[in-house]
Design a protein around this ligand. Structure first.
Ligand code: CDP
Ligand code: CDP
Length: 222
């Protein structure tokens, strides 16, 4: 019997559309390395803020990016980014990072700095013996892995997404982040042609995961 193929699952969508919850579930079910690229943009944002660099100061951003040493630590089934040997903590979910992350993420140099690193996570997954990779973000199915085995794009009404975030006790202006993420010139948030679009507004998490898991399970057993 042929060994099962290495698969790449790309999940994109706006804030609180259900990317992290569904990715984590799929990573457990199919033994995939889980990569939350939003946490990468958040960690870089927290680091640049710590250094006092403003998103409007392009020369300062460039200088700081040139100085960053990126590494990966695999914890369970999750890939964590190391910056200068250190893993970012809860500060990446702070209100301050929520307010600034989309401004830094709109800068082409910031995205370029993360491009090869994100693609390299497939090598990390292979080296560690995972059956594949599930990567979530805004441009995974459009830019990072346009040839991914599966590409999903999650939608949900803005009101429902705000309710979900509030239920988590988070202060987060998700409408503003979505606006900036969708309107930027480089790698804007949009459902790419050919991706499977899922509207999760009236679906439970389990129902969303089932829609994704069915074709993956088929692929892994054939
Ligand atoms: O968890 P939530 O969906 O609210 O956000 P996140 O996935 O942690 O992403 C935080 C921010 O990082 C987004 O609002 C985008 O500005 C940026 N991001 C991006 O530009 N591209 C990605 N692939 C992932 C995140
Ligand atoms: O990663 P992203 O920001 O896209 O969303 P998430 O962190 O996976 O989900 C945000 C919250 O919505 C979590 O508390 C999920 O349990 C919840 N959720 C939900 O209630 N119904 C869904 N269909 C998907 C997520």
């Amino acid at each position: 019997m042929a060994s099962s193929p290495f698969i790449i699952v790309a999940i994109d969508g706006g804030a609180a559309s259900g990317k992290s919850s569904s990715s984590r579930t799929l990573s457990e079910r199919f033994n995939l390395l889980h990569v939350d690229t939003g946490s990468f943009y958040r960690a870089i944002t927290a680091e640049l803020l710590r250094r006092g660099v403003k998103a409007a100061d392009l020369a300062g951003v460039r200088a700081a990016l040139a100085d960053l040493r990126l590494g990966t630590l695999v914890e369970g089934r999750s890939a964590r980014m190391q910056l200068g040997g250190r893993i970012a903590g809860d500060e990446i979910r702070s209100g301050e990072v929520n307010d600034h992350v989309s401004h830094f993420a709109a800068i082409p140099e910031v995205r370029t700095a993360l491009l090869a690193y994100q693609r390299g996570q497939a090598d990390v997954a292979r080296e560690r013996g995972f059956r594949g990779l599930v990567m979530e973000g805004r441009d995974i199915g459009s830019v990072i892995f346009p040839d991914a085995t599966f590409r999903f794009f999650l939608h949900a009404d803005p009101g429902e997404r705000a309710r979900r975030r509030a239920n988590e006790g988070q202060q987060d202006s998700i409408a503003e982040r979505d606006r900036i993420d969708s309107s930027r010139k480089t790698a804007p948030l949009a459902c790419p042609p050919g991706a499977v679009s899922i509207d999760s507004t009236h679906l439970t998490l389990a129902e969303v995961v089932e829609q994704m898991a069915r074709p993956i399970a088929e692929r892994l057993t054939t």
